[in-house]
Write a protein that binds this ligand. Structure first.
Ligand SMILES: Cc1cc2nc3c(=O)[nH]c(=O)nc-3n(C[C@H](O)[C@H](O)[C@H](O)COP(=O)(O)O)c2cc1C
Length: 336
């Protein structure tokens, strides 16, 4: 059974959905489209981040690249660069509420200027041969009526965009930091369902606080797909559970096999001068609720950088049976 890549997909998340996490997720589940962290048009053009080239990937298709910016000329150039790296989709960020986004006029503040977003989309569509999509909120500050949302979707879809990811709450650009903007104000799924009814020809993907299979199944009766963020960071194996719930013929995978393949990946890819914790921090959720998980987490996220044979130390740690025993506690380290 072929599962549509947008039926369940992984949200772009800064600090999480990097090259290594995506590699790990792809070991767990093949169908969902994964997205990069947001990269600004300026950073793409100047390739500022020398530590990791954020355009690099491991052929982990289907894979979307998320861009932030507000300049049409830059977008034309970026589309060509992203095309040359072989991405399957470009997603425009119209949801980021950070101060940096606000001062750079990108992210959520673009919601109030649908014509601009339509023009940016057009620049991408004309210079990128595959899909262009938008990730947005239900509104921004006081521009939060359903009519505003319909106006935004109408104008942007007229430019040729057919896929919209809706984080089902509005963004508040003053008084709330990005983290609080992920839980305030209350989520409004009904508005996204209504949008799908009013735009049946568009692919509407719902996002926000989706964390279990029953809810996913319920959403899929209303919209075309679900996008999951924090729950994937806290429990990457949810992707496998979702896949099996949609297609029970999929063979079960086990954590040990995933870990062994990921170890090999670390061995083959770690470069001189690179922190091993860039790779191992993504393994911390495997140990949530297990004995000594806080200690295990400290090792995976920090201490391994300071030992002489970190990969051997890592394997030693993982092979200690006790780290796999459940204590039913320590759920304190969830991504919020
Ligand atoms: C740590 C973190 C970083 C995020 N970075 C981005 C980002 O780069 N681009 C983006 O569109 N959304 C970003 N988001 C928002 C998520 O994509 C998603 O919309 C939000 O977390 C709600 O989904 P969830 O409740 O399933 O996590 C981020 C969220 C988190 C938790």
């Amino acid at each position: 059974m072929n599962i549509d890549p947008h039926k369940f997909c992984v949200a772009p998340m800064m600090g999480y959905t990097d090259l290594h996490f995506r590699y790990l997720l792809r070991l767990i589940s093949k169908p969902p489209i994964l997205y990069t962290e947001m990269v600004t048009a300026n950073a793409i053009l100047h390739n500022e981040n020398k530590k990791i080239n954020k355009l690099e990937h491991n052929n982990e298709h289907p894979l979307g690249f998320q861009i932030g910016g507000d300049n049409e000329i830059q977008f034309e150039e970026c589309a060509k660069i992203i095309e040359s790296y072989g991405y399957d989709e470009i997603n425009i960020n119209v949801g980021c509420p950070s101060k940096r986004a606000k001062s750079g006029n990108f992210g959520a503040c673009l919601f109030t200027d649908p014509k601009k977003v339509a023009n940016l989309s057009k620049c991408l569509i004309e210079n990128f041969s595959k899909t262009v999509s938008i990730k947005t909120r239900l509104g921004v500050d006081n521009e939060d009526s359903y009519e505003h949302l319909v106006d935004f979707i109408s104008k942007v879809s007229d430019s040729g965009v057919k896929i919209f990811h809706l984080h089902a709450r509005k963004a508040l650009l003053t008084g709330l930091n990005p983290r609080k903007n992920r839980s305030i104000p209350a989520i409004n799924y009904d508005r996204v369902y209504k949008l799908k009814q009013d735009f049946p020809h568009l692919k509407i993907i719902i996002n926000g606080e989706i964390s279990n299979i029953d809810k996913i199944k319920e959403h899929l009766t209303h919209v075309d797909g679900v996008m999951i963020g924090r729950e994937v960071c806290n429990n990457p194996f949810i992707l496998h559970e979702i896949e099996r719930s949609l297609d029970p013929s999929i063979m079960k995978i086990n954590k040990e096999d995933v870990l062994q393949t990921y170890f090999l990946y670390i061995r083959n890819n770690i470069k001189y001068n690179q922190k091993i914790t860039d790779f191992t921090k993504h393994l911390a959720p495997f140990f949530k609720g297990k004995i000594g998980s806080k200690h295990t987490r400290a090792v995976l996220c920090h201490e391994l950088n300071y030992v002489s044979n970190p990969i051997d130390k890592l394997e030693e740690l993982i092979n200690e049976e006790v780290v796999w025993e459940t204590d039913g506690q320590d759920l304190s380290t969830r991504v919020m």
